[in-house]
Design a protein around this ligand. Structure first.
Ligand SMILES: NC(=O)C1=CN([C@@H]2O[C@H](COP(=O)(O)OP(=O)(O)OC[C@H]3O[C@@H](n4cnc5c(N)ncnc54)[C@H](O)[C@@H]3O)[C@@H](O)[C@H]2O)[C@@H](O)CC1
Ligand SMILES: Nc1ncnc2c1ncn2[C@@H]1O[C@H](COP(=O)(O)OP(=O)(O)O)[C@@H](O)[C@H]1O
Ligand SMILES: [K+]
Length: 466
């Protein structure tokens, strides 16, 4: 996993004050990282590279890049639509002028471009884009070129919100370290592949401590069975409470069994047609080790619910339970909650933390997650979305590995099943949420069929061979 920061200006400052680097040095490295990626992806000398530079230091990165790319390609077009403001941009521009590079005045005259580098705005975007900038960005997005965003796609603000439009990158090369603004659901549409540019000192020196992390494939710890002298009881007994919408519980049960739970029982009111390896019972078995509850619940007897919730074993809570006030009684204990944004809005309202709509939540996902986990530090919260956020107390993790193939009824039920399987097998709450989420998203990523075709069954099948 990699550390994520709210901002990196303080990390840059540390480089200057503690390690005697300076702004020019960092910028040269920023531009070098951009150059390296372009050289790797654009091979032919005959190519055209368009560098679009804004008024601040993001623009200065672009101007510096233009200098480094001179004579590397036949056509380097530099487009500076507004008057430069930052001292570094003015200095780099002066150097560029002396080298005699090609500035363009009218974007409409550019017909074919192999690579576009967006250096309009970076971390300094602090107000809505004006009409002219919107038009420039929309025009850039129309080109069928390899598109790189310098630091962050222009148009995404420092909270990760897109007010009007944003540059749609194939790759974002972010400077120094990962910033939280890169990981909102809406930013995911624009970021493309994400790479961190080294600014001249190693990560260990550049970065400070952080409580926020980006999850990576290599973080996944599958529940491999290392013990030889084992029996089914060694891997726990997961119980899934099946509600009115029975499919949800059936999917979760099946996912749990396939992810290693030694025994799985579906808690049902009436006998269902289930895979033969899933047991059925009207009440919780005495040797239950973990419970999944809430998915497809519908109307359910409150006393029965309380009885299940009062059982002293690990639990993952999903879906309909986020609309039940009685859940509040269980939030001061260790428990995993897996709401999607609408359910989380309900939860925030029940907890009297906020009365907000989904848009407000989506524009402030990290803030609300942190606020909730501050009030309930024992809860492990997994907020679903294009980028999943997992938070416990003051530690926050982001999983960006999911794809829109997962935007289907039943995907979340599979996730609950995976989580309860890991809880049953003895993973702690945080590790259960993290590893189940990683497995869930990596299976979707690996899926061989068309991305509209993934079913819960495919997900469960994919779990077998991750
Ligand atoms: N140590 C550093 O400062 C480093 C900075 N680097 C680059 O510098 C960038 C940050 O530079 P800046 O802080 O100058 O910020 P930006 O280059 O993102 O832009 C800030 C400038 O744009 C103006 N502005 C903001 N929003 C606007 C809007 N909507 N419409 C019109 N003008 C607007 C501001 O008034 C300011 O003049 C980073 O994203 C990164 O690319 C890198 O070179 C690495 C080192
Ligand atoms: N565009 C997307 N990119 C990545 N993951 C997604 C996307 N859309 C949905 N998901 C994931 O799919 C799952 C959907 O869960 P949920 O909404 O609870 O569905 P259901 O209740 O029907 O099972 C979540 O884990 C969510 O993060
Ligand atoms: K940019």
């Amino acid at each position: 996993m990699r550390k994520i920061f709210n901002e990196v200006a303080s990390l840059d400052k540390k480089c200057y004050e503690k390690f005697s680097l300076n702004e020019e040095l960092l910028m040269e490295h920023a531009a070098l990282a951009l150059k390296k990626d372009i050289k790797k992806n654009i091979k032919a000398f005959d190519s055209t590279v368009l560098i679009v530079c804004g008024v601040g230091n993001n623009g200065a990165d672009g101007v510096t890049l233009a200098r480094l790319l001179q004579n590397e390609y036949k056509n380097i077009h530099i487009y500076i639509p507004f008057e430069l403001k930052s001292q570094m941009a003015i200095l780099q521009y002066k150097r560029l002028k002396l080298l005699g590079l090609n500035f363009i005045k009218d974007l409409n005259k550019v017909k074919k471009v192999d690579c576009i580098v967006d250096c309009l705005f970076g971390s300094g975007l602090n107000k809505p884009l004006n009409e002219e900038t919107n038009t420039i960005i929309d025009k850039l997005n129309e080109f069928n070129s390899y598109k790189i965003a310098c630091d962050i796609p222009s148009g995404i603000d420092n909270k990760g919100v897109i007010k009007t439009t944003a540059f749609k990158a194939n790759k974002t090369i972010t400077m120094g370290a990962l910033k939280l603004s890169l990981f909102t659901d809406s930013a995911k549409e624009y970021i493309g592949k994400l790479k961190v540019a080294n600014l001249g000192v190693s990560d260990i020196i550049y970065e400070n401590d952080s409580n926020m992390f980006l999850l990576e494939k290599k973080d996944l710890k599958l529940p491999f069975r290392d013990t030889k002298n084992s029996h089914k009881g060694s891997f726990g007994h997961a119980c899934v409470v099946v509600g009115c919408k029975k499919g949800a519980g059936v999917i979760a049960s099946s996912a749990a069994f396939n992810f290693g739970a030694g025994l799985v029982t579906a808690i049902v009111h009436e006998e269902l047609q289930l895979p033969y390896y899933i047991m059925q019972s009207h009440k919780l078995p005495s040797n239950v080790t973990a419970i999944a509850l809430g998915m497809g619940l519908g109307l359910y007897d409150k006393n029965e619910l309380k009885q299940i919730l009062n059982t002293n074993v690990a639990k993952v809570i999903d879906a309909d339970l986020f609309y039940e006030e009685l859940l509040l009684d269980y939030l001061n204990q260790e428990i995993i909650l897996t709401p999607h944004p609408k359910e989380f809005c309900s939860l925030l309202s029940l907890a009297k933390l906020a009365d907000i709509n989904i848009d407000t939540l989506q524009n402030n996902r990290f803030e609300y997650v942190k606020m909730f986990c501050k009030k309930y530090p024992k809860v492990t919260l997994l907020l679903k979305g294009a980028n999943v956020i997992i938070c416990q107390n003051d530690k926050l993790y982001v999983n960006t590995l999911g794809t829109s193939a997962l935007s289907k009824g039943g995907s979340g039920d599979v996730l609950s099943g995976l989580i309860v399987a890991l809880l049953a097998q003895g993973y702690n709450y945080l590790q259960s949420a993290i590893n189940a989420s990683l497995a869930h998203t990596l299976v979707a990523k690996k899926f061989q069929g068309n991305n509209y075709a993934l079913t819960p069954k495919d997900l469960i099948k994919g779990i077998k061979s991750l």
